[in-house]
Write a protein that binds this ligand. Structure first.
Ligand SMILES: [Zn+2]
Length: 420
């Protein structure tokens, strides 16, 4: 069953505990920090404790001390001011943890602060408030009809939507995090290109929102927001290396490695959909020939279904294809072909960067367990022993919530100086 594959939050946190290096954290008495002033030591240790909580989930003082090889009194000295400031609180211990009186884990307070989270796609813009503990409130969205798909109209929708969302905030708003369905330059806060909305190219979204609301604004590429959402509260918590593959109308990718999401200069990287997998292949929207995106998107799936003569091919999606594959040989073959085509890009990334966990989003995630098994099978068939024995392929659970949380995490990581 699927539940056996997906570990719960605490189990994942336990995995993370084993993977964390304890040598990075020392108290202020050790030589390793002698070049810092006591203020700097305090800030540095505080940041490490906050990072550990984000990595592990709710954790007791005793456990923090054990994992960091630090005296408990040192940990208490670090966390006490964070409790007094309202950032951290003590929460109920997990019921099934050991015998005797369990220690109360520390976790972030849901009333400490929140973030205005925006998911900007060409056809729809979503808004919500996300607490620092990941709860979603004040959610609403606006459809963007083709006639409104231009810079002025989208700017108006954004400003109104954010203003209305901020009116619902009951705690301090740390900033505005925006996940954009298109190429962006996160450093400059500018949209470079947006499929289906070409007039958005060059839109200075960060400056515009900064001018209007006067709080920090961070933007990033949509799959990278999903990645940090997964890292914050999903399967990615505690993992040092994993990748998100977004396979829908477009094909995108984001990778977490060495303690941070991978970002090239000006937000580049992750354009895996435009790596060439067939030198004699179809022409791609980017002008090249045989990109991965030409053989593994929803539009490819529909056009292939048309060629194979499958009924209602215009409305086909992965979920319907999986259902049809149970009784229709052609649908079964198409599903296998789609999984194989997706697995080509996954195998290339696995060979190059060696992430061992892949989380599938977009329409392909609707294939659930069947898609997971077919993808894993295909990756092994393509990569053979290179793939090792422990490649994990999962389909994402709640795409909307993970993306909103990810957009919020872009701000939280800046404000609390932690890595996602
Ligand atoms: Zn291309």
């Amino acid at each position: 069953m699927r539940e056996n594959k997906l570990l719960d939050g605490m189990a994942l946190a336990d995995l993370g505990r084993d993977r964390l290096s304890t040598s990075a954290f020392k108290n202020g008495q050790t030589d390793s920090f002698s070049i810092f002033s006591s203020n700097q030591i305090g800030k540095s240790n505080r940041r490490r404790v906050i990072q550990m909580l984000f990595d592990l989930g709710p954790t007791s003082r005793a456990e923090l001390a054990r994992l960091t090889d630090t005296k408990r009194t040192t940990i208490s000295g670090i966390v006490q001011p964070l409790i007094e400031s309202g950032l951290l609180i003590e929460v109920e211990p997990s019921k099934d943890r050991g015998v005797g009186k369990p220690a109360r884990p520390l976790w972030f307070s849901s009333t400490a602060a929140c973030v205005c989270s925006v998911v900007l796609m060409p056809e729809k813009i979503e808004f919500a408030l996300i607490t620092i503990t990941g709860e979603v409130s004040a959610y609403h969205f606006e459809e963007v009809t083709p006639e409104r798909r231009n810079k002025d109209e989208i700017s108006k929708i954004l400003l109104n939507g954010i203003q209305n969302t901020l009116l619902n905030a009951n705690s301090r708003v740390l900033g505005i995090g925006v996940a954009v369905g298109g190429m962006v330059d996160p450093d400059e806060g500018v949209i470079i290109a947006m499929n289906l909305a070409p007039s958005m190219a060059g839109f200075e979204i960060k400056r515009e929102l900064n001018d209007k609301f006067g709080i920090e604004v961070v933007i990033d590429h949509h799959p990278r927001a999903i990645l940090v959402g997964e890292r914050w509260f999903g399967v990615g918590r505690g993992l040092n290396k994993f990748a998100v593959i977004y396979a829908g109308n477009v094909l995108g990718c984001a990778m977490y490695q060495d303690g941070a999401p991978f970002r090239g200069p000006q937000g580049s990287g992750g354009e895996l959909g435009h790596t060439i997998v067939d030198v004699d292949g179809e022409e791609c929207t980017c002008g090249r020939r045989g990109c991965w995106e030409t053989i593994a998107t929803l539009s490819w799936l529909r056009s292939r279904a048309c060629t194979l003569g499958l009924p209602d091919w215009e409305n086909l999606d992965t979920e319907k294809l999986v259902a049809a594959s149970e009784h229709d040989d052609k649908a079964h073959e198409l599903l296998r072909e789609y999984a194989h085509n997706l697995a080509i890009g996954i195998s290339n990334l696995q060979t190059l960067m060696m992430p061992d966990t892949f989380i599938i989003y977009g329409d392909a995630r609707r294939g659930r367990l069947k898609m997971e098994n077919l993808l894993k099978e295909s990756v092994y068939a393509i990569s053979g022993s290179q793939a090792g024995s422990d490649v994990t392929v999962l389909t994402g659970r709640d795409e909307q919530q993970i993306t909103m949380r990810g957009a919020a995490a872009l701000i939280v990581s800046r404000q609390l100086e932690v890595n996602y």
